[in-house]
Design a protein around this ligand. Structure first.
Ligand code: NAP
Length: 488
């Protein structure tokens, strides 16, 4: 799929000379090839707080991933900061105020004019014994916000909320203020290809793996996520997806986002089972051939996921060919857009059945061969969150998918099974490429990053969610939308 025209350097130069009321997007720094342990090489990380095991886990995770780490925290625990410094990190020159401290840390972490992206990790804290704890915490948000506003392009602001903020009114107020801050901050930061996310922490290792992913190039098009990092019964979260030899089904994968996901999974070493309807056999054969040409493993199963017999055919083929399944990407989806006045029963039912009912059919058929610790990814849409004119059937189906992910996560938690929904926004596929230029421009201007995503962006997220890196993430919805200006 061609990249967006407005990111072409020659087109950019031309458009910059024309006084049009449109903003040009910042090219995103995306990952290439297989996920490396050192995904953050060439980036910097600045931490505002290193005082406990969670802070240390965050600092060490980004450091192991290759980021040059600087700690701003003058009152930090010297034993902990010492471990980061011993591994090559540095302490910023002590300054009295937080924004000054963060800015000097950023300056100290590189030469003048250093444009390497920065991940600014701010642990939102509650000063002990303070009557004005909420004010202290919110003042600190403004301080890191000031610093974040002057970060180089493609930077990240990660706001980390620890367990100590749970269980009382003050902690709940600080949490809510942080979430509200983030929901506005990401819209400002997106213009330079930067992002802001909130991580609520129940488990330090899960938070560290999540922070490393969000700081890295595989999360380039994600913006404004608010996620919970939990302890998983399937084991600790890992620094990479660890998909070698894993058997993963991707439905509706002959083309578009599904094909991109299948290709990414195969690159990570997974044995990919590609499903699509029989009419898409030629496109599916191309996808399988491309994967095999690169040394990957892929098979095609022609079946309609919206039927009981189709779902059973998929499960039978995988049982005979692989014996079990480690992950499922429920991706097949259709649109039959009509206003309510014109919507037929057939159009309504077809969309609900393929986009939502099919997930239940396929999952039930696969249940006997589902491995303990398996991960399910359910493709929703931002339209399932915000709704859209003429898409009542589509929005109903995609909203139900989000709830289905939550229910599967609850049901499967004790067996280490996970389920999450992805809600893509405007993604450049064959389908959206056919939109009139004016509609595409409007859709782009509605994203904080001022651009559409690529199928690769959704594929990178699916890869993260099906693999070991996201073991602490379940029952959640992750928007892949460059930070839509409306909705969640
Ligand atoms: P796409 O290019 O149309 O691909 C969807 C694939 O699913 C097609 O190959 C389609 O086959 C197949 N499919 C349809 N019905 C099926 C069935 N009953 N059984 C098996 N396969 C079936 O769409 P996409 O843009 O890649 O979207 C993939 C997913 O992301 C969908 O769930 C979509 O709702 C969601 N999404 C996409 C965007 C976006 O901007 N593109 C945004 C939000 C959400 P045919 O082409 O032959 O029908």
């Amino acid at each position: 799929m061609q990249d967006d025209w407005s990111l072409n350097p020659n087109v950019r130069k031309l458009l910059q000379r024309v006084p049009l009321p449109i903003s040009l997007p910042t090219p995103l720094r995306r990952g290439q090839g297989r996920t490396a342990v050192t995904e953050l090489v060439g980036t910097r990380a600045v931490l505002t707080h290193v005082r406990d095991a969670l802070d240390l886990a965050l600092a060490q995770a980004v450091q192991h991933a290759g980021a040059a780490v600087t700690i701003v925290d003058a009152a930090g625990d010297t034993t902990l900061t010492g471990r980061v410094v011993d591994a090559g990190g540095q302490l910023a020159p002590a300054t009295a105020d937080l924004p000054g401290g963060v800015l000097s840390a950023i300056a100290a972490s590189g030469a003048t004019g250093d444009r390497r992206p920065v991940t600014l990790i701010h642990r939102v804290t509650r000063p002990h014994g303070s009557d004005v704890a909420v004010n202290d915490a919110t003042d600190a948000l403004l301080a890191v916000g000031h610093a974040a506003a002057s970060l180089p392009p493609n930077s990240r602001l990660l706001l980390v909320l620890g367990m100590e903020l749970r269980g009382d009114a003050t902690g709940a107020l600080i949490t809510a203020a942080t979430q509200g801050f983030a929901r506005s901050a990401f819209k400002e930061l997106g213009k330079t290809g930067s992002a802001c996310h909130v991580i609520r922490v129940e488990d330090a290792q899960a938070a560290a793996a999540l922070a490393t992913f969000l700081a890295g190039p595989r999360a380039a098009f994600l913006n404004g996520l608010d996620l919970l990092a939990q302890k998983s019964l399937a084991g600790d979260a890992a620094p990479t997806p660890e998909l070698d030899g894993k058997v993963v089904l991707v439905t509706g994968a002959a083309r578009g986002i599904g094909a991109a996901i299948a290709e990414r999974l195969a690159l990570e070493g997974a044995h990919v089972w590609i499903n699509d309807i029989a009419q898409s056999q030629a496109a599916a054969a191309d996808t399988v051939a491309q994967i095999r040409a690169r040394g990957g493993q892929a098979e095609f199963i022609a079946a309609d996921v919206g039927t009981l017999s189709g779902a059973q055919a998929i499960a039978d083929a995988i049982r005979q060919g692989a014996g079990h399944v480690d992950g499922v990407i429920h991706n097949a989806g259709i649109t039959r857009d009509r206003t309510l006045r014109k919507m037929s029963v057939a159009q309504w039912r077809q969309v609900l059945q393929v986009n939502f009912g099919a997930m239940h059919l396929v999952q039930t058929a696969l249940a006997p061969i589902l491995q303990p610790g398996a991960s399910m990814v359910l493709m929703s849409s931002v339209m399932g969150i915000s709704g859209n004119f003429g898409q009542t059937n589509y929005s109903a189906s995609k909203s139900a998918v989000i709830e289905l992910a939550r229910q599967w996560a609850c049901e499967g938690f004790a067996r280490g099974l996970r389920a999450n929904a992805i809600a893509p926004g405007f993604i450049l596929t064959d389908m959206t490429a056919q939109m009139p230029v004016i509609n595409r421009e409007m859709a782009k201007q509605l994203t904080a990053m001022l651009q559409p995503g690529l199928p690769l962006d959704v594929a990178d997220l699916a890869c993260f969610l099906v693999g070991a890196q996201s073991r602490g993430v379940t029952g959640q919805v992750l928007r892949c939308d460059g930070g839509m200006a409306f909705g969640a």
